[in-house]
Design a protein around this ligand. Sequence first.
Ligand code: ZN
Length: 149
Amino acid sequence: MNDLRDLYQDVIIEHGRRPRNFGLLDPADVYAHGKNPLCGDRITVYMNINDNHISDVKFDGEGCAICLASASLMSEHLKNRSIHEAQTLFETFHQLVTNDQFCLQDDSLGKLVILAGVKEYPARVKCATLAWHTLLHALQQKQSIATTE
Ligand code: ZN
């Protein structure tokens, strides 16, 4: 079990150092800014939407390893998903990182399950969910700032 935990941490550290899909998407159909004042994380999520599917997703900004790893894993996981799927995945992911009683019944979250451990660190939950809150804002085409507060 310790080995597994180490492996998970490795993935988080690796994605935090070299986030996938990092950078400006220009032009982007929708985008939103998000910030987590508690930690100082600030990111922008950009997406292109085709036929109600996320055809491309990128993000940039700065944040801690958990914030960047979560955004990186999210971006990999959401490409080519429908908007409806993305919203459902947000709900599932939120349960995963906040609800002690929650038991994931399927593999719908893929590698994102790695982040389940943040549940034990309430302040870190905001780091892990910032990208998702920002994603939802972008999907709702809100040009405002998403915040974890
Ligand atoms: Zn953070």
